[in-house]
Write a protein that binds this ligand. Structure first.
Ligand code: SAM
Length: 360
């Protein structure tokens, strides 16, 4: 692009003031990278900017541009100093503040600075400080192209990796579904500020699908395990009765099994896990209870899993709890269900248990 075109390209945009500033900054940042330093100064001076102001705008473009792309309709302050203060926040803090609705056109520079985490080395808010891993707003909601597939939010995978994975681990999700584990690992710069921390992520599933399909091995866990050694395994099994036919019509699909078959299949899976793990190997199983509110029949899956894993030479190491957010969508159907659950004295299930075991 000639310097004449750059001058036009770098002139301020009209429209939403904050987005216009961000786009302007993005273009200046692009110019910084694409033209020689001398030419850059010439162009910047030519459009009436000092190098310092151009640098400020470029930082705003680089930091806030991806945020504006990720959250369409985001509302941001329009004062450059306030946008600069926001640009200086760590990316996870910024994203959290945006999702929590703390970024407003009326905010001041001081408001923006007050969002700075207290510690100089803050841990991102997606990492939960307690064993309550419930999220009001998700950083990583479903990546399923068909929304009726069961999934767990990436936020939950992040906490599993944070609390239970160790540097250098081979981490396996052998019921990977759409590959959310890989998504959060690819976006680790949002939650992990340690470039030296490395994991070898291995994904497999009976029916690989979704955007990471080509990274997911096809593997029936009842016949084999995708890797010879796994330091840490995370698994989110389908619960029989709840999601029959959701993934496939196959008899080896745990979703299609009767409770007694499901229990047997989980025994096979626990044996396979143990065979792939040395002493000290860790595995996390994510399971909720299931209660049939009309009959009162209960399948207390976390308890069943505990028994099976104890039988297979594992000790329970930790438990965290995550809401499945059944009450998030309120409406007539939910009101009927809630009322029926109360009247029948059969509470609906809200919580998934995140059970982490260690191989003895
Ligand atoms: C609840 S989903 C996991 C979803 C995943 N956590 C995600 O976020 O996308 C359960 C997965 O178990 C898989 N599955 C069922 N039976 C299996 C088997 N015998 N071997 C391997 N995977 C199986 C299903 O294909 C399904 O993708």
């Amino acid at each position: 692009m000639s310097s004449r075109k750059w001058s036009r390209y770098l002139s301020p945009r009209k429209g939403n003031a904050a987005l216009a500033i961000i786009e302007w900054g993005r273009r200046i940042s692009q110019a910084q990278q694409e033209v020689s330093p001398d030419e850059y100064i010439k162009i910047i001076t030519g459009i009436g900017l000092t190098a310092r102001d151009a640098g400020t705008l470029a930082l705003i473009g680089r930091k806030l541009g991806p945020l504006a792309d990720a959250i369409p309709g985001i509302t941001l302050p329009f004062r450059t100093r306030t946008l600069l203060a926001l640009s200086e926040l760590p990316a996870p803090t910024l994203r959290r503040a945006a999702l929590d609705g703390h970024l407003k056109p009326s905010m001041t520079e001081a408001d923006a600075k007050s969002l700075r985490p207290i510690s100089s080395k803050p841990l991102p808010p997606v990492i939960k400080p307690t064993d309550n891993w419930s999220f009001s707003k998700l950083w990583w909601p479903t990546i399923n192209d068909q929304s009726d597939y069961g999934y767990i939010p990436g936020d939950l995978y992040v906490n599993c990796l944070w609390y239970y994975a160790r540097d250098g681990d081979t981490v396996t999700d052998p019921m990977a579904g759409s590959g959310m584990l890989l998504r959060v690992w690819k976006e680790k710069n949002l939650w992990l500020d340690n470039d030296a921390f490395n994991l070898n992520i291995i994904l497999s599933d009976l029916i690989p699908r979704g955007p990471y399909q080509k990274h997911i091995q096809q593997c029936d866990l009842l016949s084999s395990f995708p890797v010879t050694k796994a330091d840490y395994i995370i698994v989110d099994p389908p619960y029989c009765g709840l999601c029959k036919g959701q993934y496939s019509e196959m008899a080896v699909d745990l979703a299609n099994m009767e409770p007694s078959e499901w229990r047997k299949a989980m025994q096979t899976i626990a044996r396979r896990f143990r065979a792939a793990q040395g002493k000290g190997g860790r595995c996390t199983i994510i399971v909720p209870n299931n209660r049939e509110i009309n009959t009162g029949h209960r399948l207390l899956f976390p308890e069943i899993v505990r028994q099976i894993w104890y039988q297979n030479d594992y000790q329970l190491y930790d438990i965290a709890y995550a809401s499945r957010r059944p009450q998030q969508k309120q409406g007539y159907r939910m009101a009927v269900l809630n009322n029926r659950a109360k009247r029948n004295r059969v509470p609906l299930t809200d919580i998934s248990e995140i059970l982490t075991f260690v191989a003895c």
